[in-house]
Design a protein around this ligand. Structure first.
Ligand code: SF4
Length: 335
């Protein structure tokens, strides 16, 4: 496996303080390696987006990172903790080292500015020495890279289709050639054909430019197709992590199995979709023990009383995967 570019260590994110705090992300350990696509899946409210906002320090109050480290490995120089950056350092870090693409391009693009202005503004803020001519040339080149004709530079966001707007957002995220791109449900608002076109193009760009991706979605089928590894979140915790094909063929955690049975198989005979009964837990009143136990078809005696530890299971491929479930004794805990 290639070297790490981002290491999330024991990250905790709360909403509110003291006794009133709601623990939205708990003890998350994840490593993103250079050039890989790490998928992050889970239902709404599982903590995926909060994790992304926490690690990029984009959390709005009352969200607060209450513990942990986010170690970034730059291409040159020593690794550093993103959580310890000053505001000025953070400003330089965003876009240039790590960029984020949000779900609704219409909400992220400024409706009263042309696409050209929005692309060149990023360059003006981070590379002030660059001439206006060069900024313009880079913006045109970026648009072409994401599949939009450069003659749309002077369009306003409302003059572009949803797919084109999302491509502009991806172009904007890549314009400073960051090492890490975080995509938070980037194609959810688009139809399935457009989703796959855009994600296919992103993977091509990743191969060409060499950045790494954290790809967040509730749609596990997309992750199976486009990720190298997948981590599954439930109730603010990582409950399973494995190579995408291992997770697809042989998931261990009952929640991962439930998510996989919620979408049609890519191949083979048609089958009835099972889904997962019940609703995600209320973070203000989390179930005791394994937070999935009220919905779990395999729950047994220890599940309601004890939180399962995330670690490498005692399976032939156990060194390359982790799971937190009492059904799978852990050989080596994580964190
Ligand atoms: Fe189900 Fe128990 Fe495993 Fe939780 S620990 S997923 S309740 S079997």
């Amino acid at each position: 496996m290639s070297e790490p570019v981002l290491e999330i260590k024991n990250l905790n994110v709360d909403y509110g303080l003291g006794d009133q705090a709601v623990h939205a992300v708990r003890d998350v350990n994840l490593t993103l390696h250079r050039g890989e696509v790490l998928g992050l899946a889970g239902e709404s409210g599982s903590g995926k987006s909060t994790l992304a906002y926490g690690l990029t320090r984009l959390l709005a109050p009352p969200g607060v990172v209450s513990g942990g480290e986010v170690i970034y490995h730059p291409e040159k120089g020593e690794p550093y903790d993103v959580l310890g950056l000053t505001d000025k350092q953070l400003q330089a870090f965003r876009w240039a080292e790590t960029a984020i693409v949000f779900q609704g391009a219409m909400n992220s693009l400024n409706p009263v500015h042309k696409i050209s202005t929005q692309l060149t503004d990023v360059l003006a803020a981070h590379e002030p020495q660059m001439s206006a001519h060069s900024r313009n040339a880079r913006a045109r080149e970026m648009l072409k890279l994401v599949g939009i004709s450069a003659d749309r530079m002077d369009a306003y966001p409302h003059q572009l289709s949803g797919g084109m707007r999302q491509r502009v957002m991806i172009g904007m995220a890549l314009i400073l050639q960051p090492q890490v791109v975080i995509m938070d449900e980037p194609t959810t608002a688009l139809d399935v054909v457009m989703q796959r076109q855009i994600l296919g193009q992103l993977i091509e760009l990743r191969e060409r430019l060499g950045f790494s991706v954290i790809f967040i979605t509730h749609d596990l089928s997309l992750l199976v197709e486009f990720s190298n590894r997948i981590a599954i979140m439930y109730g603010g915790r990582i409950v399973e992590e494995a190579q995408a094909n291992s997770l697809y063929r042989d998931s261990l955690h009952p929640y991962s199995k439930g998510l996989l049975s919620s979408f049609p198989a890519l191949r083979g005979p048609r089958r009835e979709l099972a889904g997962i009964p019940g609703s995600p837990p209320d973070l203000k009143a989390m179930p005791t023990g394994c937070s999935f136990h009220p919905r779990c078809p395999r729950a047994f005696e220890p599940c309601a009383g004890n939180i399962p530890v995330l670690g490498n299971p005692d399976t032939p491929d156990g060194a390359n995967r982790t799971v937190a479930c009492w059904l799978h004794p852990v050989k080596q805990p994580v964190g």
